[in-house]
Write a protein that binds this ligand. Sequence first.
Ligand SMILES: Nc1ncnc2c1ncn2[C@@H]1O[C@H](COP(=O)(O)OP(=O)(O)O)[C@@H](O)[C@H]1O
Ligand SMILES: [Mg+2]
Length: 211
Amino acid sequence: MKILLILNGKGGVGKTTTARNMAAAAAAAGLKVATFDTDPQGTLTKWWQKRPEGAPTIDHYQESLADLEGPVEALEGIDLLVIDTPTAIEMAGIRPNAEKLIDQADLILTPLQATPEDLESVRGTLMLIRSRGKATTFVLNKVKPRVKEVTDARRGLAGGGEVAPVDLPDLAEVYRSFSAGLGVVEVAGAKSVEDFVALWQYVSGKLGFKS
Ligand SMILES: Nc1ncnc2c1ncn2[C@@H]1O[C@H](COP(=O)(O)OP(=O)(O)O)[C@@H](O)[C@H]1O
Ligand SMILES: [Mg+2]
């Protein structure tokens, strides 16, 4: 079982969006997928509860990061576990448990927007990941077309880790797919299907899944 950890101490950057879309894309690609919501707000759980009949099955688990005891156990028959996390993971109370997840992760994705606020506040998360001897892959999210900040962000982030080759566009279909309990790749006619598929293929390759 491979563990994909979605981590950024800042809220509203796209962690849950990335988690549910990578899980849905992996399930659509035929993998046995489970999601694990460690955010007490439970947004990923609410999404999972909305999944329509007939959509590829995703198993789901929920436990607040603060309450995690011991390492995440391997789940029988599951190829990929996608873990969503809360904000403020650098805070003393939950930091040790965030560290456990970092230690166990096969791949970490850090979504953020190409804004000065997100670029500054991602440093704390990056330092936390590095303090465990790990690296992260940044995913630029809510990207607007032809905005110079995106090029600047790619350049600025390059020193801190890999930047995924695919950016996720700022589109209403992304939040609409939440209400439908779907990933964008499961929405017929969605404009950004190619972007989410391309991000999944990149992630899948990094995790060592054969496509
Ligand atoms: N690419 C996107 N396009 C449009 N809306 C997005 C996109 N990514 C995230 N959102 C919306 O932005 C908000 C925050 O995203 P979310 O994934 O919940 O962030 P986090 O989990 O990091 O707090 C949500 O309302 C979500 O639907
Ligand atoms: Mg979230």
